[in-house]
Design a protein around this ligand. Sequence first.
Ligand code: N01
Length: 494
Amino acid sequence: MTTSDVSKDTTDGRDLRFIIIGAGMAGILSAIKLKEAGLNNFVIYEKADTLGGTWRENTYPGIACDVPSHLYSYSFAFNPDWSQQFAPGPEIRQYFEDVAERFGVTERIRYNCEITRCTFDNGCWKIEAGDGTTDEGDFVIAATGVLHHPNLPDIESLESFEGAAFHSARWDHSVEIDGKRVGVVGTGSSAVQLFTALADRVAELVLFQRTAQWVVPVANAIYSAAEKKRFRDDPEAIPEVRKAVSAAFIDGFANVLGDMNNPLIQAIHDASVENLESSVVDPELRERLRPNYRAGCKRLVMSDGFYDAIQRPHAKLVDAGIERVEAKGVRSRDGELHELDVLVLATGFRVDQFMRPMEVVGRGGRTLEQAWQGSPTAYLAVSIPDFPNFFMLNGPNGPVGNFSLIDVAELQFDYIMQLVDQVRGGKCREVCASYDAAEKFDDDRREAAKSTIWSSGCTSWYLDENGLPTAWPWSFDRFREEMKAPRLADYHLK
Ligand code: N01
């Protein structure tokens, strides 16, 4: 600890130490906000050797953010130099590196240090890492990400494949792709992005579709030098874009997800149908690509190139189901062997894990596994009863949809800081959601989840093991309202 780390943070003259876990978007945000609040005694533990979270892990061809970049930026660190409306992944990763450097966060990151256990003991959090590092803190901020643990499909004899096989979030750049025969399993956002990007590079491209996806056509405009200059010179230019995009994404989508009968959802469905009808020429292929559920039930896939890619002469859609993987390729259930050099598993993530496999032990020895029996839950997505001073960013039951998770994390952090202020002001030493409040929140959100578009008849990563959507089921406006100030009566202050 350096002298600059030491401060008297509470009215009763105590220093407060913050342990931030994860150096992705939310961890970097936490560090910047703590510094801004004058709380300089913090560290970020990062299990990898670089920062960037999802943008470090996902490096597949064609990766881009499906939220417009001027919205997918911190509110305090606009970037006039975004190259496109939806910037490519490497540019986004560079943005986080630049911001971390500019705000003096990089030097506070302890790399290659995976936290394996957090134990609340005698009023503080004791931290253990895989490399033997130990630490203690008054607060833990779990900024560990949502789409993080690759979901490896349970496909028979996957290991028998003689070519290269890897998950989309573990792209093996040593494998030659150009001119090869490539198979892609999955039809989510990752699959659609990489399938579209590979179309110009490979000899044969096979898409193994288990479930068809609705695709919304979204063009990706390139910003001209003049536009970038305006973003740089005119202080109103970026806020204007953010406002316009936010209105489209939040008012036009995020606010209506909770009501499957909302006419705006029907309008998105109609636009998706129109996209399919007008883009796919062969009627048979069109029917095979037509989902049998409503648009928005799965996360919307945005692409203006996918239907073109799947109609290329060297592209093939296989929707017969995968029987097994063999040495030479994938055998579908209709008996055909699809010979391949490379197999990409764009099969999504285990979204119920959050900070696990880290062990978290709260007050009285209560473990996270005990608290999360069944399905992960957290009061207003940030706090769990009996886990005092332990807060999550983008934790369970928070808003996840086609909008900016940076926006979500900023709102959550400001909310969490108001809880931290209870400790700083000497009102208590420990704060976490009460059991009553957490139970009521969970009952309400389970009830509300039934009316969301995610409950309208499909499977998706939004659903828990009982088929109930886990995400914030109300409007984004309601989330914003909730995050303005904690209802202290819902918290147990000790
Ligand atoms: O994963 P997914 P993703 N056999 O879970 C299929 C974000 N994201 O990585 O639908 C065959 O959506 C599965 O089939 P089915 C974004 O939030 C953001 O694509 O379950 N198929 C599905 O098609 C996104 O929503 C960006 O029947 C199997 C696919 O794999 C989230 O990440 C870019 C299978 C998984 O789709 C996840 O997207 C990319 C099996 N055994 C992603 N198991 C941005 O731009 C699974 N599948 C920010």
